[in-house]
Every structure is written in structure tokens, then in C-alpha cells.
Design a protein around this ligand. Structure first.
Ligand SMILES: C[S@@+](CC[C@H](N)C(=O)[O-])C[C@H]1O[C@@H](n2cnc3c(N)ncnc32)[C@H](O)[C@@H]1O
Length: 243
């Protein structure tokens, strides 16, 4: 199961405190402005960081994520009532007509199952107005990011308000072709609890993603570099053609 930590209440509450630097979202905010988006669908919105940044700019936002515990965190944040939150994925959305659909922070890789991936591309296409765009990032497999997901390189210790000190680290448990499975361990100093969560990510080649997008009727306008992670990520800008 991909990203099971996002559905666990105790772990979903750690997502923001353990990853406070969200400068990765700046490029997406810039794209929302560049494309003049007034209505946005944020697929895999998690704890709602990006959805709430958009809503704070007066943009109408729908955030969808299968992890109910993450959505509970999102709903409880200031401005949470401004966003329409949907528990689920892009394969079963209500009728929408958005200018922009987004998948920030490697959501595309978390959609590891081929059926779910194609359903996500199909669902996003249906939710976009003609001329609307889907933008998302995915790590370049050639950079082999998972080789750095060791306890030594990923160990962190944070003081989380209301929770106490939490230690965490990643360890890769399996590499099976394009599928990388890793375990994240969390140790809570307050009660000694040790929780683990397993995630599987799919690393797709640039050509494969382009072909998948075109197969679902998108035009790939551009593949950009993530400004904060140059050379490591492909940022796809795909457009639903005008009717
Ligand atoms: C690394 S988090 C990113 C969350 C958020 N986009 C952000 O920038 O903070 C990945 C998210 O993808 C979600 N996810 C996993 N499978 C999904 C699917 N099939 N459709 C939509 N979201 C999915 C997870 O529940 C999790 O919230």
C-alpha cells in the first residue's frame, strides 16, 4: 500500500512539523499565477498545505486525497473551510471544470499501481476545462534518489509542539525494477512508541510519462526542472486541448 502513514492519525499530524520547508510549492504557486488559474484541483492534497495557500489567494480549490487522517489535519487548519475536501482519488470525482490540476510533492510516484495511474490521468483530464493544464513532478529515475534513503542520511530529530521529540528515518526495503519500497520509522520520546509506515513509489522515465499523458489526450507543453531540485525532477506541464 502506498504512503500508508498519511492515513494514520498520529503520523498524519507529523507530516507538516517534520517537513516545515515547503519552498517546493513556490514553483506551483508561480504556475497557478502564470496560467491565470481561478479554479484548481489538487490531487493528493495530503494535509492541504498547497490547497490552503491557493485558497488564501482567492482561488477556488478542491483537494482530493484517499488518506482521511491527512484530510482531517487539513480541515482543522485556518482557512480549512474555504477548500472543498474530498476523500478519495481522481478516479471518482464529482463533475468539475477546473483551470489547473496539480500533484505536488511526488504524488504521481505515490500512485504506483498502473490502473490507479491511468485512472488518475483520465480523471484529471475529465475535471479540466478545455485548455486547462495538469502539472506535476516526478523524480528522474537516473538520479537514483532512493540510494540516499538510508538511516544515516535521512535521520532527523524534531521537537513537535504538543507531541514532544520525534526521531524518524527512512530505509529502503525493496527495489523491484521501477518500484521502490521504503519503511519510515518514527520514535516518540513522550511514550516510547515506535511506529513504522511502508510506502511504495514508482519511478517512471520521462518518455513513459509523456506517452501516458498523450495516450489520455493531453498535449505535453513542457517538461521543466524543479527550481529547488535542479536536474533531479521532471515537472510536467500537460494541457487538455481546446475543444
Ligand atoms: C508526499 S504526500 C504529498 C501531499 C501533498 N501533495 C503535499 O504537497 O504536501 C503524497 C500524497 O499522495 C496521496 N496519494 C496516494 N495515492 C493516491 C492516489 N491514488 N490518488 C491521490 N492521492 C494519492 C497520499 O495519501 C499522500 O497524501
Amino acid at each position: 500500500m502506498a504512503d500508508e502513514c498519511f492515513g494514520h492519525p498520529r503520523l498524519a499530524a507529523l507530516y507538516d512539523p517534520l517537513d516545515p520547508d515547503r519552498s517546493d510549492l513556490d514553483a506551483y504557486l508561480d504556475m497557478a499565477e502564470e496560467f491565470g488559474a481561478r479554479r484548481v484541483l489538487d490531487i493528493g492534497c495530503g494535509t492541504g498545505v498547497f490547497a490552503l495557500l491557493l485558497a488564501g489567494r482567492g482561488i477556488e480549490v478542491v483537494g482530493v486525497d484517499p488518506a482521511g487522517a491527512s484530510l482531517d489535519v487539513a480541515r482543522g487548519k485556518p482557512g480549512g473551510a474555504r477548500v472543498r475536501w474530498i476523500e478519495g482519488d481522481a478516479t471518482a470525482l464529482p463533475p468539475l471544470r477546473v483551470d489547473l490540476a496539480t500533484m505536488t510533492a511526488n504524488v504521481a510516484q505515490a500512485v504506483a499501481d498502473p490502473g490507479a495511474w491511468h485512472g488518475t490521468l483520465r480523471g484529471a483530464h475529465a475535471a479540466l476545462r478545455p485548455g486547462g493544464r495538469l502539472v506535476f513532478e516526478t523524480r528522474d529515475p537516473a538520479r537514483r534518489a532512493w540510494e540516499g534513503w538510508t538511516r544515516e542520511e535521512s535521520y532527523g530529530r524534531a521537537d513537535v509542539p504538543g507531541v514532544g521529540t520525534v526521531e524518524s528515518w527512512h530505509q529502503v526495503t525493496e527495489v523491484d525494477g521501477p518500484l521502490v519500497t521504503f519503511r519510515t520509522t518514527y520514535v516518540f520520546a513522550a511514550d516510547g512508541a515506535v511506529l513504522t509506515s511502508d510506502s511504495t513509489l514508482r519511478f517512471r522515465e520521462r518518455e513513459e510519462v509523456g506517452a501516458d499523458l498523450e495516450g489520455h489526450g493531453y498535449v505535453v507543453e513542457e517538461v521543466r526542472d524543479a527550481p529547488d531540485r535542479p536536474g533531479r525532477e521532471f515537472v510536467f506541464v500537460a494541457r487538455r486541448p481546446d475543444a
